[in-house]
Every structure is written in C-alpha cells, then in structure tokens.
Design a protein around this ligand. Structure first.
Ligand code: AMP
Length: 216
C-alpha cells in the first residue's frame, strides 16, 4: 500500500508515519528528513536547500521529486510507502504519479490530517527531539519523565529544528495554504481522500488512520 499523509506543518504527519512504520513495516519517505540530512552532510542539494528551508519556503519540485525517485528505486517492491511532506505542490503531485508508475506502484490513499492553525504554532514552537534516538518531546505536552534525560534511550542531548520558530512556521503555513492544500481536489476527483481530526489525541488519530487503511 502506498499512501500520502497530507496536512500543514505540525499536523502530526511524522508521528503518525512513524507509527505506521512500526505497526506495518511500511517505509516512511519524508522529504523534510532527506533535506535536513542533505543540509547536515553539506551535499550540493543541502547547500542549495538550506537558506530556503530556514525561511520556511519550498525547495524546488525537481530536487524533492529526484530524492523520492531515488528512494523508491532502492526499495523492494513489496514494501508499502508513506509519503510524509511530499507532494507539496500540484507539480510534485504530477511528478509523483509518473514516479510511482515508473516503479510499478500506485497511490492507494491520501489521508488529510485536519488541524487548527493557531494551535499548530503552539505545537511546533514547543517541540524538540532527543539528539541520540530522535524521540519527540514538547515543552508543554510531553516532557521526559526525568527532565533532561530521554525516556527511550537515556540520552541527555536534545535538539530543536531551526525552522520551528513562530515566524518561519507562519511562512510554512502560508506555503501550505497556497501551494499544498490545492492538491487535494486532484485526489478527491479520484475518490481516494480520507480525513482525520488531527486535533484529537495521538492514539485516536492513529486509530482513525488504521480504520481508513483497513477499508482501503
Ligand atoms: P518538513 O520537515 O516536511 O516540515 O519540511 C521542512 C522544510 O523542508 C520545508 O519547510 C521546506 O523548506 C522543505 N521541504 C520538505 N519537503 C518539501 C517538498 N515536498 N517540497 C518542497 N520543499 C520541501
């Protein structure tokens, strides 16, 4: 099964994708993760993307679609994929169709995670992760049981994304409204869109997604 998780930044796409990976052995393809890795490794793509990402704007369609194409080429055909943060423009949606066809795959479902924007800013600006294992935390919603020590791996170093500040988050939301939300009608016309309430607790969102996939 190949699915897209669609929703504004902070809607919980990454969290839900990680759960699907754990439960179903699917593969999460997050262009945001790939780009951050490229920035850290200072590859040509990373050098080009860094300033754009810091401003909260979108990296070029060609760059992100090439990343997705390369990942799918290296993936066993039977492994299901969760697209997280891609496609983000109408052009990327067209490119994704071509890439999926090239790799003998098809898109089964698009799950839109709906959320309230002001609440999102609060969610995003407070989030941080363990620098060792990547476990996610939040200043107000989920602190480690022992403050300063990761519950999962015992690590004591944490990090925040550079683009998780209010100004950049507002730009990322505006990019979502202007460029990403307009993709939905395209998938609606194919009858493959389902919606979940992203303001519900994480477990409830997971259950809603599981119910959708069970019927897909
Ligand atoms: P994310 O981790 O999905 O929030 O992405 C972080 C940043 O990476 C975004 O604000 C964009 O600058 C860039 N990015 C990630 N995915 C894409 C995409 N599909 N198209 C264009 N830019 C992207």
């Amino acid at each position: 099964m190949n699915i897209i998780l669609l929703g504004p930044p902070g809607a919980g796409k990454g969290t839900q994708a990680a759960r699907l990976v754990e439960r179903h052995g699917m593969r999460q393809l997050s262009t945001g993760h790939m780009l951050r890795a490229a920035v850290a490794a200072q590859t040509p793509v990373g050098l080009e993307a860094k300033a754009i990402m810091d401003r909260g704007e979108l990296v070029s369609d060609e760059i992100v679609s090439a990343l997705i194409d390369a990942e799918l080429a290296a993936l066993a055909p039977g492994v299901g994929v969760i697209f997280d943060g891609y496609p983000r423009t109408a052009e990327q949606a067209v490119q994704l169709d071509a890439i999926l066809a090239k790799h003998g795959r098809k898109l089964d479902r698009v799950i839109e995670i709906g959320v309230d924007e002001d609440e999102l800013v609060h969610r995003i600006v407070g989030r941080y992760t363990c620098a060792t294992c990547g476990e996610g935390y939040h200043d107000d919603f989920k602190q480690p049981k022992l403050l300063g020590t990761c519950d999962k791996c015992g690590g004591t170093t944490f990090k925040r994304r550079k683009d998780d500040n209010e100004e950049t988050v507002r730009t990322r939301m505006a990019e979502y409204r202007a460029k990403t939300a307009p993709i939905l009608p395209l998938y609606e016309a194919r009858g493959i869109v389902s919606r979940v309430d992203g303001m519900a607790p994480i477990d409830a969102v997971s259950e809603a997604i599981e119910a959708i996939l069970a019927k897909a």
